[in-house]
Ligand binder design. Structure first.
Ligand code: TRP
Length: 331
């Protein structure tokens, strides 16, 4: 029996993966594979709560898998799959809809934000998104869910739903916990460093994507917002732009903040921004090249997501069968 703890996480292929998702998430997932049973999904079902261009969604879903692998997630050690190819998610999702309260869903911050931003398309899927997310997590009996701060509320709700279900039917679901890897750094926008780097900021230069060409990366860093001082030192509060660049440079080069301060003592921000840009170009170059190579190898990519879906489905079916039986469906 495998006693290892189970991890599940997902990213919606509604935009390209950013430097923020690499440094804050994916990079830290690589070494988890030795200790945990890891499931990583392309959350395409969640992506369509907002209108998508079909061809783009398909392309980004495959590109996301290629980038995961290029970032070091070994498909032999991790289960990498596409959410819509594992029908058990939607099957459990419906059941959980019936154990999730209207009031709970109404209180979700992401729902409120997204309905304000998409006032012309406040669809039912946007509303019930958290119970599908609960299904994603509970169906694998996940112990830990690596997520950013913005998703903690959904994991809390997942626990509430699981607890409610368990109270009625006995121990069916394991209660998951949000998991923030200790080395995880929060990468902020290059244009508005008070906000998290987001894929919605590709046009204004606030965000850098993993597949960006060196020229685009350099341009974004040269234009990065700093402050009116001239000294490179770490102060999140008063120097959010410079501190963010230091954080990025530290991850890209392995230097400590102390060393970075010394390296740029007496130099201007111009120099510093160019150096950070160059370090990021070199950090991302092998990832981009490897991802491009994998994307071109259609047969390999297909093998990865087919096997991933099979493994995921096998694990998911176990939980689904139990749930169907408990609620009274004919076996
Ligand atoms: N809701 C997450 C986001 O918007 C994506 C997601 C979907 C997810 N299902 C999940 C994350 C399950 C962790 C676990 O980023």
């Amino acid at each position: 029996m495998d006693e290892r703890k189970i991890i599940l996480s997902g990213i919606k292929p509604s935009g390209d993966l950013t430097l923020g998702s690499y440094i804050g998430a994916i990079k830290n997932w690589v070494e988890l594979a030795d200790q945990y049973d890891c499931f990583y999904m392309m959350a395409d079902l969640h992506a369509i709560t907002v209108r998508q261009v079909p061809a783009d969604l398909r392309r980004r879903t495959l590109a996301q898998i290629a980038q995961y692998i290029a970032c070091g997630l070994d498909p032999e050690k991790n289960t990498i799959f596409i959410q819509s190819q594992v029908p058990e998610h939607t099957q459990l999702g419906w059941v959980l809809d019936c154990y999730t309260m209207f009031g709970e869903l109404s209180r979700m911050t992401q729902f409120k934000d997204k309905s304000a931003k998409n006032a012309d398309n406040i669809n039912a899927g946007l509303f019930t998104y958290p119970s599908l997310m609960a299904a994603d997590i509970l169906i694998y009996q996940a112990d830990l869910v690596p997520v950013g701060e913005d998703q903690k509320q959904h994991v809390e709700l997942t626990r509430d739903i699981a607890h409610r279900f368990n109270t009625i039917y006995g121990d069916v679901f394991k209660l998951p916990e949000p998991f923030i890897p200790k080395v995880g750094a929060r990468i902020m926008s290059l244009q508005t460093p008070e906000n998290k780097m987001s894929k919605s900021e590709t046009d204004n230069g606030g965000c850098v994507c993993l597949m960006d060409k060196p020229e685009a990366i350099m341009k974004a860093f040269k234009r990065a917002v700093t402050d009116s001082e001239t000294s490179v030192h770490f102060d999140r509060e008063n120097k959010p732009g410079v501190s963010n660049l230091m954080q990025i440079y530290s991850v890209a080069t392995g230097s400590t903040f102390e060393q970075i301060q010394q390296e740029f003592a007496g130099k201007g921000y111009g120099d510093f921004k160019v150096k950070v840009g160059e370090a990021v170009v070199e950090m991302l170059r092998p990832i981009r090249e490897e991802a491009e190579r994998i994307l071109a190898d259609k047969a390999y990519l297909e093998k990865v997501y087919r096997e991933g879906a099979e493994k995921a489905s096998y694990a998911a079916r176990k939980t689904l069968r139990k749930v169907y039986k408990k609620v009274g469906f004919v076996q």
